[in-house]
Design a protein around this ligand. Structure first.
Ligand code: HEC
Length: 238
């Protein structure tokens, strides 16, 4: 009897650990952004087309009220912009795009304390495309870009696909990408909600889109080798 109780306790303990396995490295991003941890805070930052976004959380991923400004350095220009409260997190409209190379300094005030964080977004590499990948680019633009972005770096509606979690050799292999195109996907990595079944892909275009995603990943440093070999829970729906 005693043995059974211990066994049950072990099962309970490993069930509790499952979420912790997700909370590693890039996975702590809720909205596909970059993460910096400063003291007891976790700051997520992302560049969108026409805006920058920031989210301030504690190390338990509880949202923290914050205000402040952002300084953008792009193409020799320096811009200081106030951050305003968005429905979730902070936002500044800015003449930037997700493709841009830019450096960013967030000067925040979080619960009365000043917090300064820097981020860099690198250039987007635009490789030469094969006929198939070019067809994939066009289909991606028409069907996927509204959520994953023309730069594949994510939007307010969906995560970046230029991300280690989706690279070749990761837990999200070709089969997962094709399945997402066929069926959509249940939310399990981010806070965007579910991906609905995409509308408008013609027969065979899924392979073109896959080729395009892989070429873009490879050109942007996410090729080949396993990038995310960490155990990854939550793929029961695939
Ligand atoms: C309406 C918005 C939307 C559209 C359109 C969309 N996606 Fe998604 N996609 C999402 C969201 C949201 C997620 C994140 C689900 C999660 O939290 O894991 C996602 C996840 C994914 C994933 C990861 C799937 C998984 O099982 O982990 C892939 C791959 C993907 N999308 C590819 C595509 C491709 C390719 C297209 C175009 C054919 C596309 N998506 C169109 C919103 C969208």
């Amino acid at each position: 009897m005693k043995f059974r109780l211990i066994a049950l306790a072990l099962i309970a303990a490993s069930a509790l650990q499952a979420p912790a396995a997700l909370a590693h490295g890039a996975m702590t991003a809720f909205y596909g952004g970059q993460i910096a941890e400063i003291g007891a805070l976790r700051v997520e930052f992302a560049v969108r087309d026409g805006a920058v976004r920031a989210w301030v959380r504690d190390l338990h991923d509880q949202s923290r009220p914050a205000s402040g400004k952002v300084t953008l350095l792009l193409g020799g220009r320096k811009l200081d912009l106030p951050l305003t409260a968005a429905p979730v997190g902070l936002k500044a409209e800015a003449p930037v795009s997700a493709k841009d190379k830019l450096a960013v300094i967030l000067n925040l005030e979080v619960e009365g304390k000043p917090v300064s964080v820097r981020f860099i977004q690198g250039d987007l590499a635009a490789p030469a495309l094969s006929t198939r990948a070019e067809a994939g680019r066009q289909a991606f633009e028409a069907v996927c870009a509204a959520c994953h972005g023309s730069a594949l770096r994510g939007t307010e509606n969906g995560p970046p696909l230029l991300h280690p979690a989706y690279a070749a050799g990761s837990a999200h292999g070709d089969d997962v990408i094709l399945a997402a195109m066929a069926n959509g996907a249940q939310s399990h990595m981010w806070k965007f909600g579910d991906m609905p079944k995409p509308k408008g892909l013609k027969a065979g275009q899924d392979q073109d889109v896959l080729a395009y995603i892989r070429v873009m990943q490879k050109a942007n440093g996410l090729g080949g080798a396993a990038q995310d070999t960490a155990p990854h829970a939550g793929h029961g729906h695939h």
